[in-house]
Design a protein. Sequence first.
Length: 133
Amino acid sequence: MRAFADTNIAVYAESDDGEKSKRARLIIESSPVISTQVVNEVIAALTGKYGFSKPDAYEVAIGLMDLCEVVPVDERTVREAMNLAVRYQLSHWDALIVSAALLAGCDLVHSEDLQHEQIIDGRITVRNPFTDQ
């Protein structure tokens, strides 16, 4: 199964949030697909909410890019995201995540932000890895 990891998974993998961090690390260690959006949002979250210095956040981002397959957010991704956002009532940012995952051929999106077990476009399932906590 080809999996995509949303930003929150990568951020939890770097945080000290007990069980959530452990589960997130396992997902990231399995080398999921991520998008350039995820990389940039991780940097923003780490330097903002978590107080990382830019060099430390960049080091995390480089490690993430080295471990995961990174797909671009390009014009095609944005166009598909706009379609998905309207059809599934998603925020634009969540739709970009789903669009990138669909275009990368993923079957699964790990995300805390989307509806658990939702099937989108008949091709991809959303799974919240923290639901049974």
